[in-house]
Design a binder for this molecule. Structure first.
Ligand code: GAL
Length: 425
């Protein structure tokens, strides 16, 4: 498996002119070869609330239309980025009690399940469902091992987005989001001087890693950043030390209770006007919309330029799934133009399919679709496109420790050690 490169993605782009097509005329309802017992399809995700649930609900409605003989069963386990869900899933897989399908990030995270022999090859289904050319080649690569494709992608999310509370910013005389790190520091100082004690809303470990990665992209540039995950950039380098110091400074503007916060708690600080900014993935767009909060703006994280830190939610067919036929109907719906539109218009992400129609989407996604077309694609570790789950765990605990002690040398040492242990040789 090779992680997607910017060249492959950029070449694929999103062709936006073609009309979206629904499932083909040969669509079954997943009930034709019944007799295998269960008609329940347990779909395991961490999309339990807000914009995440709104996206899932819309997809489920499409599934009900496409697969009337099947019954959706919600196996969601709440907790941002799958912090809790992944643990529950691991123990279920270990006990040979898989859900019918589960959410897995494209890239290194998916390859964990492939290497462990826990999921089925879907290459033949890709052909049957006409999916082989539906997605960008770079994305397909991140779902493929030794020529076999193992999952169906639902979307492409962007991680490196800075969300702003417009009123808080304008009250402080800030009329434009910061475009460089020094400018961001100046704006955060201004917000502090206007009485916003913790102007940068932040959550726990994985959300801290997201902020740190955004700083790394600014300080190293996209290519060297991607190289950190491929073994071509040295984690022990002086530029990484600089990024840790910049990140440490950013932490000083964040809420002190960050280690107890999920991303939605930090988002609440932003909505309540306790913060001016939050760095978070574009599921925030859907969540703020679902919560009826309109007074926000968004921009790429200062200094990230055209870097689009991508991640993709995909769904798999686990070995030993009880309702294979129903699961295949779910996967087919997910990969269809109608399924992708139903899901992504509500989820804040852009469709993985290249034949989506930009005008069908809310304003945020329209801007993301335009950015993606000219983007430099870089991966994300907390959201699996860059690193395995073992690596994610090591990085999360290093971030948690750093949040408490601020020891720059220790964090860098831990990151070097994690790369040494987990990077694919
Ligand atoms: C990501 C996932 C997104 C979103 C986010 C916050 O890992 O890919 O779809 O759910 O976590 O929970």
């Amino acid at each position: 498996m090779r992680l997607s490169t910017r060249t492959v993605f950029a070449a694929a782009g999103l062709a936006l002119a073609m009309a979206a097509t629904g499932c083909g005329a040969d669509d079954g309802d997943g009930g034709s070869t019944a007799g295998s017992g269960s008609k329940k399809v347990e779909v395991f995700t961490w999309w339990a609330d807000g914009g995440e649930k709104a996206g899932l609900d819309n997809l489920v409605a499409q599934f009900k239309t496409d697969c009337p003989a099947q019954q959706f069963e919600n196996g969601a386990v709440a907790g941002g980025a799958g912090a809790n869900a992944k643990q529950v899933l691991a123990s279920r897989l270990q006990q040979s009690d898989p859900p019918d399908t589960f959410q897995a990030h494209a890239g290194a995270e998916l390859s964990d399940y492939i290497k462990a022999g826990q999921i089925e090859d879907l290459s033949a289904d890709y052909k049957t469902w006409g999916l082989t050319t539906a997605f960008p080649a770079g994305l397909i690569e991140s779902l493929t091992v030794e020529g076999k494709i193992y999952s169906v992608p639902a979307n492409i999310h962007r991680a490196n987005v800075l969300w702003g509370n417009k009123k808080v910013l304008t009250d402080a005389g800030i009329t434009k989001p910061a475009t460089t790190l020094p400018e961001l520091f100046t704006q955060l100082d201004t917000l502090k001087s206007k009485g916003i004690a913790a102007p940068l809303a932040l959550g726990k470990d994985w959300t801290q890693e997201m902020l740190f990665e955004a700083v790394l992209i600014s300080d190293l540039g996209p290519d060297k950043f991607s190289g950190l995950w491929k073994g071509t950039t040295d984690w022990a380098g002086a530029d990484v030390t600089k990024a840790i110091n910049d990140y440490k400074k950013l932490l000083s503007y964040s809420n002190k209770d960050r280690d107890t916060f999920d991303w939605t708690d930090a988002e609440k600080n932003l909505m309540d006007g306790k913060a001016g900014y939050q760095l978070m993935g574009d599921w925030v767009a859907a969540d703020l919309d679902t919560k009826g909060f309109k007074d926000y703006n968004y921009s790429v994280f200062p200094g990230n330029g055209t870097a689009y830190q991508w991640l993709a939610d995909s769904f798999v067919l686990p070995k030993g799934a009880k309702n294979v036929e129903g699961t295949k109907c779910w996967l087919k719906t997910l990969g269809s133009a109608a399924g992708q539109k139903a899901f992504n218009t509500k989820k804040g992400s852009i469709p993985a399919r290249t034949d989506a129609v930009a005008a069908d989407y809310p304003a945020y996604q329209q801007s993301a679709i335009a950015d993606w077309a000219k983007a430099v694609a870089v991966p994300s570790c907390p959201h699996g496109s860059a690193c395995s789950q073992g690596w994610q765990g090591a990085v999360n605990s290093a971030q948690g420790k750093f949040s408490g002690d601020g020891n720059v040398a220790d964090l860098q040492k831990a990151l070097v050690a994690a790369a040494k242990q987990f990077a694919v040789k």
